[in-house]
Design a protein around this ligand. Sequence first.
Ligand code: 3PG
Ligand code: MG
Length: 398
Amino acid sequence: MAGFKTLDDIGAVSGKRVLVRVDLNVPVADGKVTDATRIERIAPTIAELSKKGAKVILLAHFGRPKDGPSAEFSLEPIARATAEVLGRPVGFAADCVGDKAAEAVAAMKDGDVLLFENTRFYKAEEKNDPAFTEKLAANGDIYVNDAFSAAHRAHASTEGLARYLPAYAGRTMQAELDALEKGLGNPVRPVVAIVGGAKVSTKIDLLMNLVKKVDALVIGGGMANTFLAARGTDVGKSLCEHDLAGTAKQIMIEAAEAGCAIILPADGVVAKEFKAGAPSETVAIEAVPADGMILDVGAKTVQSVNDWIDRAATLVWNGPLGAFEIEPFDRATVAAAKHAAARTKAGKLVSVAGGGDTVAALNHAGVADDFTYVSTAGGAFLEWMEGKPLPGVEVLKR
Ligand code: 3PG
Ligand code: MG
């Protein structure tokens, strides 16, 4: 892979201590991991290093602990879940630096896998403090970063370590960077982006960047209402950031200047309440009743989105088109996702999707496996779409 050192460049690792930054910030409910995708994604790197005889030491954070160590944010249960998912023993050290860490590493045999306790139990981690980074580095000979989804953080374990040890991108990081390059870095045109979700306010930078890079931008979800209102369409009681009308207009102006088509909903599925199964009707976007809420885009809009997908060689998708978490307002998102998946399977489309809700929406549609690449990154995916350099990625560049 151009530009980055990967495991192909790592050389002999037998007997070496390899510190692998992974993202084990997985959703947990009642002590159980509810979505193991992030754990599954780190399997190839761990298997490869272990098979080559490395001592594989996993570094990760969990949650956002504020006051040092606590059972709530301990990675110990995640070590057990990781062992289950990987189908191999995964040891656990109750600290990521100091004596406990060193002793656990000293007891490792070649090929063993060990997880260190939450790096965020130290404030110095988030400060990217050199003295702390040196302590982390003391337990490794080589550093591998396989956590794209944490690469927007310039922390000791995501950025600092690459300055202290020979550093390489893991297989998942590599796959992610490859996919993102195909999506926006150096894509086959035309490129179409679908951006949805509730609010414009969280995606201003992203939209400003996209209109300069893509040929067409489909705007759906609650954020479309802000654009509709800005151009004078009455959106009734729909979620809408009226104070962002100026920003929405500016984005539309920038799009026009850059030659990027903006596709807003032509019709909407409206209901009087935000509730599963609420009675709803599809209306032209100019005919939203004063007491109605747009909860999904309508069939006409889906047809137009699918037509744009047909024209596209590359699709970048972030955010659902409607309130997909409650039925029947998932229909447009499911229909467009299925269409994109079919085009991808037919070899006509490169499809890259990411961002928290997006993965859930594609899983709900049952098509996540049929996209070219689905990123498990939330914030990091958004920052990448904003065109911002990610510290954890930048530091791995040759
Ligand atoms: C994530 O879950 O998006 C990453 O693990 C980063 O976590 P953070 O947003 O707490 O830094
Ligand atoms: Mg996050």
